[in-house]
Design a protein. Structure first.
Length: 417
């Protein structure tokens, strides 16, 4: 659980702000009513906040001195104040605060919560700035770093392409339209050949692009386009809005393609993305084994222990699949106690060993010392395809026939041929 430092002396606003922030998963709000209280909290090594949200006018810091305290502590700092002073606002923004928000409407509270959620999420996101101007690159990188993005830079087409495979979670590219070696359009085409618009936000930038160029850039796959002359606030608002959109699409996709109980893929996702994985693997000349897996006597678990325990067993097995599956594997729940795993690049022996590990771990979790010991040892039956079938449907038919043989051969076994 990450912590956020809220420095607010008005108890009413403290409660209102806390209520909005408490809705954000993974964040715990720790409050201080003064600069002195905040300094005591920050001096405690056990207190490690990820964001500071501060009021400007405090009993012992009436002129915004709290901002220096939180910035000196290395915290991304958001000012939320009822006091509007344009000169002070510009001074604070130049110091490196994330934003200056007025307490003037319910909409500002909504924006505040959205901003906190965004900054918190950004810590796990890689952003790539591609621009041959060193000065422009440094300015853009500083802005993105204020929002806690993991910023990387490249000055050319070749440098950017070489960097793509090194980034763990690339979600944002800020791309100059005019580049050496290749223009922004060529680099945009290369990015879109690897990442869809729902996976990576590409923001075009230029100091002199006309309307025709901007329209062409957007039609070529950019999510947005901004002039380099735009204000830092507009720049970051557009960046945040694009990242928020990716998050919403990802959430909707997970709801459509994910199994609610286990968190792994559902049948629909298996026959869309799983099928695409199968086709790519076979086209590359690799084997891809399909494992069809059933939990043995699952109906009797529900009958004897109730559906709540049956759901707990399904969740445990889903967790085992997420933990034990090889990196390229594609696990899915087809429904009830029926599961399927695509195993690209694994030969028959490796696939058999994978299913054996699953069986052993499930028996351990439902054994005497396991978290589901009340169920008694639970086993699985499995059938494995040959790995060389031309289509996913053909592989599933083979795996299903062998699963049927395993069930009728006494259960708690795997049939691979």
């Amino acid at each position: 659980m990450s912590q956020i430092l809220l420095v607010e002396d008005a108890s009413f606003f403290e409660r209102v702000i806390r209520r909005h922030l408490d809705e954000i998963d993974g964040l715990e709000v720790i409050s201080a009513a003064s600069r002195a209280e905040a300094e005591v909290l920050l001096a405690d090594p056990a207190f490690e906040p990820v964001i500071a949200l501060v009021d400007l006018t405090l009993p012992d810091a009436p002129n915004g001195e709290i901002v220096d305290v939180t910035l000196d502590a290395g915290l991304p700092t958001i000012v939320f104040s009822g006091r509007f002073d344009e000169k002070l606002r510009e001074t604070l923004l130049s110091k490196g605060i994330v934003d200056y928000i007025l307490k003037d409407s319910p909409a500002s509270l909504t924006y505040l919560a959205t901003l906190v959620r965004r900054v918190h999420a950004n810590r796990g996101i890689d952003a790539l700035v591609i621009d041959d101007s060193r000065i422009d690159t440094e300015v853009i990188a500083r802005r993105l770093e204020l929002y806690r993005l993991r910023v990387h830079t490249a000055a050319s087409y070749g440098e950017a392409i070489a960097m793509l495979d090194t980034l763990e979670n690339l979600r944002l590219v800020v791309l100059d339209y005019i580049m050496p070696e290749a223009d922004g359009f060529e680099l945009l085409r290369a990015l879109r050949s690897r990442y869809g618009m729902n996976d990576l936000a590409v923001i075009g930038l230029s100091s002199r692009a006309g309307p025709d160029v901007i329209a062409r850039f957007l039609k070529s796959g950019a999510n947005d386009f901004l002039p380099k002359s735009c204000t830092p606030e507009e720049f970051m608002l557009r960046i945040s809005q694009n990242l928020d959109m990716l998050d919403r699409i990802q959430t909707l996709s997970a709801m459509a393609h994910g199994d609610v109980l286990t968190g792994i893929s559902n049948r629909r996702h298996l026959f869309s993305d799983g099928n695409a994985l199968f086709e790519r693997t076979r086209k590359a000349g690799e084997a891809i084994t399909v494992a069809a897996i059933d939990i043995d006597r699952f109906k009797s678990v529900n009958d004897r222990h109730g559906h709540e325990q049956g759901d707990a067993l399904i969740r445990q097995f889903g967790e085992l699949l997420r933990t034990l599956c090889p990196p390229r594997a594609f696990p899915a729940r087809l429904g009830g106690d029926e599961f399927c795993v695509l195993l690209p690049g694994l030969d028959a022996q490796a696939s058999l060993e994978f299913v054996t590990r699953l069986r052993e771990q499930l028996q351990a979790r439902t054994g005497v010392t396991g978290p589901l010991s009340m169920l008694g040892p639970v086993t699985i039956s499995a059938g494995l395809s040959a790995g060389t079938e031309p289509t996913l449907h053909a592989a599933l038919r083979t795996a299903d026939m062998r699963l049927y043989a395993a069930k009728h051969g006494g259960r708690n076994r795997t049939v691979a041929s």
